[in-house]
Every structure is written in structure tokens, then in C-alpha cells.
Design a protein around this ligand. Sequence first.
Ligand code: 6PG
Length: 305
Amino acid sequence: MAQFLRDPIVVYGAANQLSEVLVEIHPDPETLALASATLIVEEARRSVKARRCFTLALAGGSTPKRVYQFLAQSPFVDLVPWEGVHVFWGDERCVDPADWRSNERMAREAFLDHVPIPRSHIHPMLCGGRASGLGSPVDVSSKESVRRSAVEYDSLLRTFFSREGEGLNAPGDDRVQAEPGCDLVLLGVGDDGHTASLFPGTDVLLETERWVGAVFSEARHASVDNMASRDLWRVTLTAPFINRATSVVFIASGLSKAAIIKEILQGPIDVGRFPAQLICPVHGTLRWYLDEDSASLLALGSEKE
Ligand code: 6PG
């Protein structure tokens, strides 16, 4: 496995309401991406060996692109048991998949088009301009149409994960009794505290049952560096489904994320303002992979007191 260029500083951030948070701080975005890809490969190998299956939900935005590129390169591409991997999305912008803003397009170009994962194991959210589901075109400006996409993806997840509970787990795997969810959910965080498309002040934050929701990301939700993602309908995994995961990994780099990461990890719990604080895996582990810039405002170790 790749070696870290410098040992990461591993600290335990403030315990959120359910679980401790493991924070790894890497020197720069490149080593952060390397560490993230290394973790994904390790968890994929472990999961496929134990259950013949590894379910991964991808983050959108720009930060994970380098992680995905690593997965398509040696040595990682040769270490992942691709035949057992299933890929889902954490959220999707409702644009045509050929649109440069599409999270599906970014992931396909960065790695899915370059690795031997069975095409049927790639599960996009299909909420863009092209036909969605059984061919009914999605009108990306219509709430009803986007909500139908969310319902379709919710149904896809429930079918997949109930089937996995019945069949794909190895005998005796105790996960069958637990509420099945993704093995690993990769998440980014916006400088307004959103993750996936769980934006501050939106109704999807109140969801307790559905696994997938539709949300309109208004201009106020867009930070300066991603104005392109404004005024868009989106489909997103909800916190209840993300929190079923065995492993949740946030990745964030750059000084622009430092203030919000300080608020999320070491500030008061206020999930309406900081939706990323909703993410507390019920049975799983929660990791924040940062670089020195994005972690620069955290009170580390003894400084926390
Ligand atoms: C999206 C993402 C979103 C993203 C954050 C961080 O579709 O935009 O899912 O939640 O992860 O906005 O984006 P960057 O990595 O570009 O900073």
C-alpha cells in the first residue's frame, strides 16, 4: 500500500451526540486523496472477502476527483476486487449526465470508465435531462419529475439492500441482522455546512424515513467557488440512510473549509445550520480526512480544553 509522505496527525475531535469522530490530518490535498483512496481499497478488499460485495456511495463536487483518479491508477486499480463493487451516488445535480456539473459525469471520467467494474454495478441517480427510470424523461425544472427520480432511487436502494441482506452476505455475517446500508459513504462538505445535498434550512434535513430526497439548491446555498451548483434541483441520500453505513468518510481540503470544519467538529450541535452534523453512523465509524489547511482552525489535542 502507498506510504504516507508524512505521518498524519490523528486526533479525536469533539464527540458528537452519538459517536467519537476520528480525524486524520494530512500535509496537503495530494496525500489526503492518497489516504482516502487507500482506505477505500482496504475496505473494499475486506468487504468483498467477507461478503463478496462492497457498496460505495460517491461524493460529488470537486474534492473527491483526485481520490477517484487514484482508484483508476496502479497500484490501486489492481488491488480493488471490482467484480464485487457496487457504486451509488450520495447526491446528484439534476442536469444532463453530459453536463460538466454532473457528479455522475465526473466519476465516470475520473475512474468508472477506466476500471473493470461490471457496468450493471454502477447505479446513477438518473435525475438529469435524459430518460430516467423506465424511460420517462426527467423535466429537471419540475418538482414532481425530480421527486419521482428520488422515489425511484429510494426503491432501487431498498430492493438492492434487502436482496443483499438475503443473499450476498456470507453465512454468519452479523450484518444481515443489522439494518443494511452502504459499506462506505464518501462525503464532501460545503463551506455552508452542507453535505451531499443536505443544505441548511431545507426540509430534507427533517427526513426520518425516506432514504432519498429531492431538494432545490438555491443561490444562497452556493459558496463562491461553486456558484455553478446554484438554482438546481438535486436528488440526495438522506441522513437516515447515510447513517446506516458501516463507514462514513468526509474529505475536505483547503483554507476555505477551515471555518466550517471548526464549527462542525468543535462547535455546538446545530444541525439546521450545519447539516453535516446530522451524519452520525448508528453502528459505523465516522472519519474526517482533512489537510493542514482545512484543519488549521481545529483545537488539537490538549488545546481543546
Ligand atoms: C455536490 C456535492 C456536495 C459537495 C460539497 C463540497 O454535489 O456539490 O455532493 O455536497 O461534496 O459541496 O464540494 P467541493 O468538494 O467542490 O468543495
